[in-house]
Design a protein around this ligand. Structure first.
Ligand code: KIV
Ligand code: ZN
Length: 516
């Protein structure tokens, strides 16, 4: 079996999904989970793109110690310098630098000749090499590039110091055979290719990103790039969990393995869905809600007689149903702390106290608290940006029934510290609630999407709500978790407005930094 490296770009390419805007604390939590999952390298962001992203990449580079951290840069000196400032605290800092090589991109976007593209790429790789021990160079739109030109430029950037060569299918256009053949060609026609890791990076516009990635590996790629849940620009990127599980389940056919701890797959998928607000479809391979459900009588009968009749992946393999030890009302702080350690999470003493208090509150309503509940509680606490003044729920009350006009009353503390309250009616309870919140918040908001889900099973399960709002003309996602569905709905709405406020604060800070 040969080992294939996994390069995760959930926090960079994945974050480019429409409506997704992760803040520093959320990115840091996902980064820690990616480390637990065992990815070989994670792309933490694009530091030159914003002050917020710079700070997030820096926090990740300074925190993550068992996984290499990389960040994106254009082929310009200032991007490289900024990336170095963000990454220099990492154990193994790596720069990801890209330049397009396809005729379409060189002619219309870059307005450069092929020779100019080679000169820029080699010059900037050599410049970056003075700072970075590891450099990944990506030939953007490689799959629509001329192969002999690609071979030429790849050889030169390796000579200039690149340690990883990535050949992306940027627009999700290629097919498995074609993409595989391109890797074979590069392997056979670039004399120094054995000095580097050869990487593939596929987008999913035609729904074949996973198949294309596996074809690349069958033809000499030694690293796969992708995202958790396949999130990303347009139709997204190759879903890493699907690739890792496919290689594992079909190890009779493929002779490649990844280093991922598959038991962390479901939890990673849940966290990414929760924090990005991009919930996955029920029938999504490997991590969808129905991935292990058997509906037809014939299938159920077969699975009861022998699971292998219709089940090729066990839920346990990817950490589904891994809620081994239940905690309840009588569990003390010690048991709670042990559970947190067992989940592989490190918490400050302050956050342990907050998490334990939230856990105790939950046990007032819920008999058995599961690992997933604890994980949800901790994620909420760890990603709470306490330092920014925001809206805070003081109280809410809703009245509705079959012969009633739904009415909501809400009391909020505003970012300025004022307590405001009002009541509104609506056609349904959520409408009444959201109209009241709209009346109380100063920002202009429009609800685009609203979802409610349960965390785990049972009548007393935690509710998790997700909204997409247009706040002052900007699309923002919000989420909230609570025992009660209406409370989760209020929290999700306020979370979206608060995220908008945090983004504004960060943008203002950035303006201050730039003006100095
Ligand atoms: O898809 C792509 O080409 C990219 C590059 C920046 C590597 O994401
Ligand atoms: Zn990409």
């Amino acid at each position: 079996m040969s080992r294939i490296k996994i390069f995760d770009t959930t926090l960079r390419d994945g974050e480019q999904s429409p409506g997704v805007n992760l803040n520093k604390l959320e990115k840091l939590e996902i980064a820690k989970q990616l480390e637990r999952l065992g990815v070989d390298r994670m792309e933490a962001g694009f530091p030159a793109s914003s002050e917020g992203d710079f700070q997030a990449v820096k926090a990740i580079a300074d925190t993550i110690k068992h996984t290499s951290v990389t960040a994106l840069s254009r082929t310009v000196k200032s991007d490289i310098d900024i990336a170095w400032e963000a990454l220099k605290g990492a154990d193994e800092p790596c720069l990801h630098i890209f330049l397009a090589t396809s005729p379409i991109h060189m002619t219309y976007k870059l307005r450069k000749t092929p020779d100019e593209v080679i000169a820029t790429a080699t010059e900037m790789v050599a410049y970056a090499k003075k700072k970075f021990p590891q450099i990944e160079w990506s030939a953007e739109d490689a799959s629509r590039s001329d192969w002999s030109f690609l071979a030429q430029i790849v050889e030169k950037v390796i000579d200039a110091g690149a340690t990883v060569i990535n050949l992306p299918d940027t627009v999700g256009y290629t097919t498995p055979k074609e993409y595989g053949d391109m890797f074979k060609y590069i392997r056979e026609n670039v004399p120094n290719i054995d000095q580097v890791t050869l990487s593939c990076h596929c987008h999913n516009d035609l729904g074949i990103a996973v198949a294309n990635s596996i074809a690349a590996v069958e033809n000499g790629a030694t690293q796969i790039e992708g995202t958790i849940n396949g999130i990303g620009e347009r139709a997204g990127n190759a879903a890493l969990e699907e690739i890792a599980v496919a290689l594992n389940i079909r190890s009779d056919f493929y002779s490649f393995q990844t280093n991922l701890n598959l038991k962390e797959v479901k939890r990673t998928s849940d966290m990414v869905a929760k924090l990005t607000g991009m919930y996955i479809q029920a029938n999504k391979a490997v991590v969808g809600r129905n991935a292990f459900a058997h509906e037809s009588g014939i299938h159920q009968d077969g699975v009861l007689k022998h699971a292998s009749t219709y089940e090729i992946i066990t839920p346990e393999l990817v950490g589904v149903n891994a809620n081994t030890l239940f905690l309840g009302k009588h569990s003390g702080r010690h048991a709670f702390k042990e559970k947190v350690t067992e989940l592989g999470i490190e918490l400050s003493e302050d956050n342990i106290n907050k998490a334990f208090a939230a856990f105790k509150q939950l046990t007032d309503h819920k008999k058995e608290v599961t690992d997933d509940d604890i994980f949800t509680i901790i994620t909420e606490i760890q990603t709470n940006t306490a330092s920014v003044d925001k809206y805070k729920l003081e109280m809410f009350q809703i009245q509705y029934g079959s012969n009633n006009i739904p009415t909501a009353a809400v009391e909020l503390k505003t970012p300025a510290g004022k307590v405001v309250k009002t009541a509104c009616t609506g056609n349904g309870s959520v409408e009444a609630l959201y109209r009241t919140l709209e009346a109380l918040t100063e920002e202009e908001t429009k609800l685009i999407d609203y979802q409610i889900n349960s965390v785990g099973g049972g009548k007393d399960a935690l509710a998790e709500s997700r909204v997409q709002l247009m706040v002052n003309g900007k699309t923002v996602n919000g989420r909230g978790a609570a025992q009660d569905v209406m409370e989760a709905s209020v929290q999700a709405y306020l979370n979206a407005v608060n995220r908008y406020i945090i983004q504004q604060v960060n943008t203002d800070k950035q303006k201050v930094v730039k003006s100095h």
